[in-house]
Design a protein around this ligand. Structure first.
Ligand code: ATP
Ligand code: MG
Length: 721
């Protein structure tokens, strides 16, 4: 039996009060790192150990599946025994579980399929085209947002008022037809998962009664990010008797775009009776410097409940800013710093690289690779681990080295060329007996005429094709070789034939691989030892693909988007790409509400760091094939100068109020951001920003030789190139 004392010694006074509350409903509203998740975990242990509640009666909702697993472990640790029977998961995983168990009642086929966001998008496009509507007018992404928005609010197509106007009645028609498609095909999208589950319970009183009877204690982490339907789901399960505890932080609400409403956390007291509210104000996670920076940024948001955190921790290191010349410079800086940190004896998994958009991971990956630093990308496969990429690389590896049996096995029948298991076994056996490679075995078997006719012809075709690639391509020119491989092996066609939603991503990835081949520069060291560009490229890739480090226990640097970093903490954090238009995101620049959400996201990012925080930006970046000048993110200027050590560049040098003012219509407006210019002394550069008015107009230019300068437009006499 656990002593409840052991539980409580690890909590402060406010946390203890929340954990041991006797109120039926409780709300913990507190800032980042103040121990909200800890309170939730201890509350579960408390309910089991001190109040004797059965694990079966616990339903805990977390933000990620990883967090769910962690929560389970923590409870087990605290209790010294596994607490089987608890339901801990995300809203989606819990919904999916209910739908799977009760698919009949939910009107779903047994093997219903989940539509991810890309699948959904393609289906919506199809519906739009079936209805003979113009995609320019009915933009699929917008329609997708509309449908999901309605689902998140719990509203079906037939429940929307169309007010008799064409626009809404068409949207309703698309929504309805899309749902019909899903119903016929047994398909279910993410928003639908929650909506269907809610309806499942609502329409089946015995089922609802069963679950209401079961889950006596319901706990929800990150409550600030619940949307209408999630909030209704909890309310439904809570019924009149069950106990509900929710924890959250209004400053960390980052899912408004998915229908989350801060109002739910504020309105919690109105929806439930007997609510006690608890405040936690001590932060245990971060140094004072990091905490002050976070407070300084979030303070610029108008709509806040308002709370300040304090910490007993040391002041700690200053926050490092790095203004890179380009995205390459940025990634190189990050990889180098990461290496330094690891060299100082820190395990890689203590380091997180956080970015606004998924696509930013690619260059970071490339540079980590160069330094041989193991890493893991969350929410997406590492680039070179994707199936289509591995397929192409298997061919290229075989071209480079006929003894590469792993490559051979992978593609001998991909795309299918009629070589069945029997032939492949013959090849394997022959290779083993004679201790030769699979490729060499194939040649021998053809020569010896021991294979069935069709198999022999097909295998010969394969062998000749590989030899042919080898003879016809210069090993220093990767792009033509890769291009030829993708086409001639039939891989492009092969992927084109996949369902459209998958095919597009795969083809995009193949193009990205071609990009990588084209821009690859052989390192000097490899050149000196006589490696071909091809061999050098493959060496780098296989280091990365992890075949050498099959050891799963290697600590990996953690790469993820800011959104998926919520709730996590790391001793070392790099926030990258802090540029106007990237973070804050382009879509939010003119919308105060959205800008505030971006700022909350920045607050989330900063408060992930325990000891050391790096914030980087690039003054030029290639976006969608064009190199553009970029201005540093305004969030960087919101952190007081005295908390910052700027390693390169200087965001504080830039006039604060003018820097982001793009509304310049003076005689200098032809110096648009992104325009190439030339200066008598500084040479060539790119305009980053225009600020000020009339004669006082200033131009910020990134010069290739002299870095960033701010010049008075009137005197600079810049020549547009
Ligand atoms: P977020 O808002 O980022 O989700 P949170 O409020 O959930 O943060 P936790 O993750 O629960 O905060 O706690 C932050 C860190 O502080 C954790 O490492 C936790 O173990 C530690 N911590 C919390 N309370 C205490 C305490 N009373 N004593 C020691 N450490 C604590
Ligand atoms: Mg938390």
């Amino acid at each position: 039996m656990l002593s409840t004392h052991k539980l409580l010694i690890n909590l402060n006074e406010a946390q203890t009060a929340a954990v041991t509350t006797d109120a039926q409903h409780s709300l913990v509203l507190a800032g980042a790192g103040s121990g909200k998740t800890r309170v939730l975990v201890y509350r579960i242990a408390w309910l089991l150990a001190a109040e004797g509640i059965s694990p079966y009666a616990i339903l805990a909702v977390t933000f990620t599946n990883k967090a769910a697993a962690e929560m389970r472990n923590r409870v087990t640790e605290l209790l010294d025994k596994p607490a089987r029977g608890m339901w801990i998961g995300t809203f989606h995983s819990i919904a999916l579980r209910l739908l799977t168990m009760h698919h009949k009642e939910a009107g779903l086929p047994k093997n219903f399929q989940i539509l991810d966001s890309e699948d959904q998008y393609r289906l919506i496009r199809r519906v739009i085209s079936d209805l003979e509507l113009d995609e320019k007018q009915w933009v699929p992404r917008t329609v997708q947002g509309f449908i999901n928005g309605k689902k998140n609010e719990g509203i079906r197509a037939n429940e929307i008022d169309d007010f008799g106007d064409d626009n809404s009645s068409t949207l309703i028609k698309i929504y309805q037809q899309y749902d019909d498609h899903c119903n016929r095909g047994g398909l279910i999208d993410f928003a639908e998962m929650l909506l269907s589950t809610h309806q499942l319970l609502l329409n089946n009183p015995p089922l609802l009664e069963h679950y209401q009877g079961r889950f006596g204690a319901i706990l929800v982490d990150e409550f600030q990010d619940t949307n209408e339907i999630q909030s209704a789901f909890i309310r439904l399960l809570a019924g009149a008797k069950n106990r509900v505890m929710v924890v959250g932080d209004d400053d960390q609400s980052i899912y408004a775009w998915r229908g989350a409403k801060i109002d739910h956390i504020i309105g919690f007291k109105d929806l439930y009776s007997d609510v006690k509210q608890y405040k936690l104000e001590q932060n245990y996670r971060s140094t004072n410097t990091i905490l002050k920076a976070a407070n300084a940024v979030i303070k610029n948001n108008a709509k806040r409940l308002g709370k300040e955190l304090w910490s007993k921790q040391i002041e700690g290191d200053l926050i490092h800013y790095y203004g890179a010349y380009s995205e390459y410079d940025e990634a190189a800086f990050v990889a180098e710093e990461v290496e330094n940190i690891i060299d100082s004896g820190v395990d890689g998994d203590n380091i997180a690289l956080l970015y606004r958009s998924n696509m930013q991971s690619r260059l970071l990956e490339e540079h980590l690779l160069k330094h041989n630093i193991p890493y893991k990308v969350y929410g997406g496969l590492r680039f070179f681990e994707r199936m289509e990429i591995k397929d192409v690389l298997a061919y290229v590896r075989l071209i480079n080295n006929r003894h590469d049996d792993v490559g051979f096995e992978r593609i001998i029948n991909t795309p299918t060329r009629g070589l069945g298991a029997k032939t492949i076994n013959q090849i394997r056996n022959f290779a083993q007996i004679n201790s030769v490679s699979l490729f060499a075995a194939s040649i021998k078997l053809i020569e010896n005429k021991v294979l069935a006719n069709r198999a022999a012809t097909s295998l010969a075709g394969f062998v000749n094709m590989i030899d042919d690639f080898d003879h016809n391509h210069d090993k220093e020119q990767l792009h033509p070789l890769f291009d030829d491989v993708i086409e001639r092996t039939g891989l492009r066609d092969h992927y084109q034939k996949e369902p459209p939603e998958k095919a597009l991503t795969r083809l995009e990835n193949l193009d990205e691989l071609l990009n990588a081949a084209e821009t690859f520069v052989k390192p000097e060291e490899d050149d000196q030892i006589g490696m071909t560009a091809l061999a050098s490229f493959l060496a780098q890739v296989s280091l990365e693909a992890g075949e050498r480090s099959s050891d799963k226990d290697v600590p990996c640097v953690q790469l993820m988007t800011l959104h998926s970093a919520k709730g996590l903490e790391f001793p070392y954090v790099f926030l990258v790409g802090l540029e106007q238009g990237l973070f804050p995101h382009q879509n939010s620049m003119d919308d105060p509400e959205k800008l505030q959400e971006e700022r909350r996201l920045c607050y989330v990012g900063i408060t992930r760091a325990e000891q050391k925080l790096f914030m980087t930006y690039a003054t030029s970046r290639r976006i969608r094939g064009r190199t553009q000048g970029c201005a540093p993110s305004k969030f960087l200027q919101e952190i007081p100068n005295k908390l910052v050590d700027q390693l390169q560049g200087n965001v504080f040098n830039i006039p604060r109020n003018s820097m982001f003012d793009n509304s310049n219509s003076s005689q200098f407006s032809h110096y648009k951001p992104g325009v190439a210019v030339s200066h008598k002394i500084f040479g060539e550069g790119v305009v980053l920003e225009l600020s000020g008015q009339g004669d006082y107009t200033q131009i910020m230019v990134e010069f290739s030789q002299h870095g960033t300068k701010i010049l008075a437009a009137k005197f600079a006499k810049l020549e547009v190139l």
